[in-house]
Design a protein around this ligand. Structure first.
Ligand code: PGA
Length: 253
């Protein structure tokens, strides 16, 4: 059975106290109620919370991820956080190319490409975000945009048998909107993504080592509509992952 990934993207939404409290509450809940088999739950807090959360989550069936990484190895790169440094703090996953970084910080597919390579080199799992804006969708460019993000982002990327990679399809226009995309559309898009991946990587790697997950206004009411579909390997959750009362029904729907 393939794992189902439930990834929390906490963005920059909480104070240190809030983030650590939610993590502690989650650990308590997991000890009491257990996570269903085959679920891979991962928390991605802001960088500064990684050391604290690494201590809280360790050994409690909850993985740790970062929300970004520098596109260079250890070097003169002020403000950067290296993939190797993330590994030191027990990170297993790294979100790369989130639309907020592409939009506000003008992150390019070429930067995303360098980051993916460094993440894999450190034996971490990249969660590569791709997605179209509302304007691109209206202009009929959705598929072309996604395919370009994949082709340029994955150029020269190789995933080995002992590595994993997740592709997160996140339509930019539904993120934080409260209204997820129609699950039928997500399913069709995931199929197109899978076809594109087969142009870059061997079929066995695509089926065994790569998951395609959906993100954008996932909540406890709609999570089942996505995860019941075999082509959707998990969800990337923002707003609804910030408190235990909203996140737990998603984890164990
Ligand atoms: P959302 O965010 O669940 O709040 O829409 C998802 C994301 O940005 O990854």
């Amino acid at each position: 059975m393939k794992n189902v990934y439930i990834i929390a993207n906490w963005k920059m939404q909480q104070s240190p106290e809030q983030a650590q409290q939610v993590a502690k509450d989650l650990v308590k809940k997991v000890k009491k109620d257990k996570i269903k088999r085959g679920r891979e739950v991962v928390i991605c807090p802001t960088f500064t919370e990684l050391p604290a959360l690494s201590k809280i989550l360790k050994g409690n069936q909850i993985g740790l991820g970062a929300q970004d990484v520098a596109e260079e190895d250890y070097s003169a790169f002020t403000g950067g956080v290296s993939a190797a440094g993330l590994k030191y703090y027990d990170c297993e996953y790294v979100i790369v190319g989130h639309s907020e970084r592409r939009t506000y910080l003008h992150e390019t597919n070429q930067q995303v490409n360098k980051k993916i390579k460094l993440v894999l080199k450190s034996n971490l799992i990249p969660i590569v975000c791709i997605g179209e804006t509302f304007e691109e969708r209206q202009a009929g460019q959705k598929e072309a945009v996604l395919m370009e993000q994949l082709a340029e982002g994955l150029s020269g990327v190789w995933v080995h048998e002992n590595q994993k990679m997740l592709i997160a399809y996140e339509p930019v226009w539904v993120i934080g909107s409260g209204q997820a995309v129609d699950p039928d559309e997500a399913e069709r898009t995931h199929a197109a993504i899978r076809r594109a991946l087969l142009e870059h990587l061997p079929a066995k790697i695509v089926s065994d080592n790569i998951g395609i997950i959906y993100g954008g206004s996932v909540n406890s009411l709609n999570v089942k509509d996505f995860l019941d579909r075999p082509s959707i390997d998990g969800v990337l959750v923002g707003g609804a992952s910030l408190t235990l009362d909203k996140f737990w029904p998603i984890i164990n729907y």
